[in-house]
Ligand binder design. Sequence first.
Ligand code: FAD
Length: 511
Amino acid sequence: MTTVSPTPVNTAANSQLYDAIVIGSGIGGLVTATQLAAKGANVLVLEKYIIPGGSAGYFERQGYRFDVGASMIFGFGSQGTTNLLTRALEAVDTSLETILDPVQIHYHLPNNLDVRVHRNYEKFLEELIAQFPHEAEGIRKFYDECWQVFNCLNAMELLSLEEPRYLTRVFFQHPLACLGLVKYLPQNVGDIARRYISDPALLKFIDIECYCWSVVPGSKTPMINAGMVFSDRHYGGINYPKGGVGQIAQKLVEGLEKKGGKIQYKARVKEIILENNKAVGVRLADGTEYRGKRIISNATRWDTFEKLLPLKTLPKKEQKWQENYQKSPSFLSLHLGIKAEVVPKGTDCHHILLENWENMEDPEGTIFLSIPTLLDPSLAPPGHHIFHTFTPSWIDDWQGLSPQDYHRKKEEAAARIVQRLETIFPGLEAGLDYQEVGTPRTHRRFLGRDDGTYGPIPRRKLKGLLAMPFNQTAIPRLYCVGDSTFPGQGLNAVAFSGFACAHRVGVDLGV
Ligand SMILES: Cc1cc2nc3c(=O)[nH]c(=O)nc-3n(C[C@H](O)[C@H](O)[C@H](O)COP(=O)(O)OP(=O)(O)OC[C@H]3O[C@@H](n4cnc5c(N)ncnc54)[C@H](O)[C@@H]3O)c2cc1C
């Protein structure tokens, strides 16, 4: 991989006017950059860290290759239009080998509610209906309605909703699908679920089905996102990239460079340069300046508007957004190396553990666990597995501690999580070979995300996705991409945001 080495101020390298400068190489930033490069634009990506990927990055310790964040990957299907990761790689003449995951999640829930979401839709419904036979009809009707949303999305090319000619074209090509989506755009999952289902325990199950990716219950989760997640897992399926999640960003960078784009690491953008209130370039922490016709920020909207822009007051559009959305908590993450004998044969890759419904949204309430070595054993030394487990945690709980207190608090929190996971994996503690604990402070530092947040969540019940901003911003020539733009968190979602952003920018640049 070739990279641009840090350039001193005022050299020929930075006197160049790029078509687009992308701040950050998360999957949203890289999809935008590769799409633009594939259209022939001259693109520079500036990444503050030493590798690409952001929350979809990786790190290596003692023979283990750990995913930083995402492990359950949508968007690698081979058909339809919602397989956005496959399509993003193809656009720059590259691809990734993936490993099919037969079960999306194995839930371990209160009152011994044990459900696996099988890739096979009927098998999943049968398993859920076996737990709630009196709700058989409601279960089918609810999940079938999710398919209606998905089928609308999957009928059309997913590009920028801010581009009127695309909207007109897509409407004439797929009028019914468009009307279907317009109908669901202002709706949330909870309201639709309650039309068909009345059992409180089953409604709680629908809540955690939403919470495990939207980090809010069904009442606040947009139906468009749920339609995508609840159906695509049975259509394109969950597929793990061979070699770990970090491969996705590495391959996108390879593709970017093949198309003439550039990426520079250890390049922290300190400021977006404005002239006549228009974004015209960026200034790095070392003082280097780069100029671009369009500037695209893959940092969160909080970082972009509150830290990178020299503004005295937030634009009205951002104020409104902040009134509607707040930062979700960050995570306490444990990256564990485990002796293989702890993991019984037939164990699924992804697990959710919750002992008490009251605690679902609390810090250290719901525990997420992925064991990617069940799909790709090469990520750990022979005879060992990776356990990547995380649980919500607020940054405020980790501030103002002495180094000793911080270390002790991390060890105590990790011990609590391991102890709870012993109910699923007896002998886990004794089988520990390696342990690394990340806190919200770690997420803030290494992922460059304000307070280490997972992303925006609605402050209250909103009208579906209507309040989520697209890629254009109140600052001319500045765009945002990634999980604080439509349609939100998750790799396939930020890839969607990247396709949309590149489409809008491409039209604006005339490429
Ligand atoms: C613990 C965890 C588990 C998750 N699990 C899943 C999962 O299983 N499946 C799934 O689909 N999603 C999952 N997600 C969510 C998913 O990883 C994110 O939604 C997605 O990766 C966010 O992508 P992004 O493009 O918005 O940007 P980010 O990943 O946030 O990347 C932004 C990039 O910009 C860089 N940057 C920021 N500021 C600057 C600056 N000033 N100068 C230069 N560079 C800068 C950062 O270093 C970073 O590389 C998980 C997230 C976490 C944290």
